[in-house]
Design a protein. Structure first.
Length: 269
């Protein structure tokens, strides 16, 4: 067959491939330019004075650009680890993580600050922030977190870490401006821990585990004296001891309940 029958088809295939080749070339060119832009950005960041980096990060934090603030504060800390802004940058980054919803990173950043600056002038704030981040970790709590009753049914690790942070703040820095709010949160956390004990005791009661239920209720009374859940704990003790046939212990628990919380004793069998 003559060549002139086949060449047009080959030529058409070549033409069909041209857009693909051109597109690949454009993409490759864009990638090259993008790489050049990234290199230029990195060089610019490397040459940016600490004061300018801090100002840029602070603006991002103020406007709610927490992701940008985190990046800039961490860049500042990496570029100038021994500079005058390094200590503050850690705390600002921790706060940005907290606002961004990255509580694990916020806690880790605070811990790094406390390790490197154990006598820093903002240790009280660091402990306060760690307490707040611990409360929000793994939870969608609002500032009025005490009303989130499902918190009492969660793993208590976050509550215990928060309690430890606020307690250390109050103990070490009694004059700190964060003490008043920390003390309120300590009381609220304590009540939530008591609610958790009550929740577990109630669970054991439903399962017919009378000894375990009585022990949990007793633990609540001993560890969280004065908590709002004490009447319910005493009721559980009366019921559990009665089920176990421990009439003396049941009677003693009932007397304590009637003496301190007479309304809660009404209707108790």
């Amino acid at each position: 067959m003559p060549d002139y029958f086949t060449r047009p088809r080959m030529f058409r295939r070549t033409l069909a491939l041209l857009p693909v080749v051109v597109l690949l070339a454009l993409v490759s060119g864009c990638s090259w330019f993008q790489g050049k832009d990234d290199d230029a950005e990195e060089k610019a960041a490397a040459n940016t004075p600490a004061v300018d980096l801090y100002a840029k990060a602070s603006r991002a934090l103020k406007t709610g650009d927490y992701e940008g603030a985190i990046k800039d504060f961490e860049t500042l800390e990496a570029r100038y680890p021994f500079g005058s802004y390094s200590e503050q940058a850690k705390l600002e980054a921790a706060y940005a993580y907290y606002k961004y919803g990255e509580q694990e990173s916020a806690i880790a950043t605070v811990d790094r600050y406390l390790q490197l600056h154990p006598r820093g002038e903002n240790v009280d704030y660091a402990l306060y922030l760690k307490g707040l981040a611990s409360l929000k970790r793994g939870s969608s709590l609002t500032d009025d977190f005490v009303r989130q009753r499902d918190m009492a049914r969660r793993d208590q690790g976050a509550l215990q870490l928060a309690y430890s942070s606020f307690s250390e703040l109050v103990r070490r820095f009694p004059q700190s401006k964060y003490v008043e709010d920390s003390e309120k949160r300590l009381l609220e956390i304590r009540n939530l821990m008591a609610e958790h004990e009550l929740y577990v005791a109630q669970y054991y009661m439903k399962r017919g585990a009378w000894i375990a239920a009585a022990n949990r209720a007793q633990n609540l009374l001993e560890r969280y004296n004065g908590a709002p859940t004490m009447p319910d704990a005493l009721r559980i003790m009366v019921q559990a001891y009665t089920r176990l046939g421990l009439t003396d212990l049941a009677a003693d628990s009932r007397k304590v309940l009637e003496l301190n919380y007479p309304d809660a004793a009404i209707g108790l069998n």
